[in-house]
Design a binder for this molecule. Sequence first.
Ligand code: 5GP
Length: 179
Amino acid sequence: MDKITVKDKIFKPYISDKELQESITLIAEKINHDYSGKSPIFIGVLNGSFMFMSDLLKKINLQCTVSFVKLASYEGTATTGKVSELIGLNEDLEGQDIILVEDIVDTGNTLIKLYEILEEKKVNSIKIASLLFKPDAYKKSHPIDYIGKKIPNAFVLGYGLDYDGWGRNLSSIYVLDEK
Ligand code: 5GP
């Protein structure tokens, strides 16, 4: 695969479509096993999680419901640390088993904020599934229950992840070419 230009930056191929699907299959198998006999609600964090949610849910064989929330915390290629309000959650979550689905966990600020908001809703349980995880950037102690791939501290793009709104439609993951 070739390098691509998105806006003013060059990105090189990083994780192939095939590799992504293999990771997603492994996550789905674990969730299918762990939630056997249960009916969880999958809550995807927009915008970045839409592709992962779609491919993950096709591999889930549980009776489940699906919802999306939105909480923006990122601008350009650096985490701002700011987290805005949660929008889009209309379901009554009391007593529910929640699987929060993230595209990527970087510092963990977004995730912990979401977690705290959901915890207040008298839910039965909350687990976190993230396609990508940057362990070296993670500042929280809360475990990430299901991880597709651990990656180093680099800016990635594609498969739902954007650079200033662009590149979400790419079917595989690219990484910023620093050279
Ligand atoms: P955190 O709050 O964990 O620092 O960041 C979470 C959000 O930042 C993710 O949901 C994602 O939108 C964005 N983000 C973090 N790292 C990257 C990255 O390498 N590439 C892109 N495109 N977005 C990222």
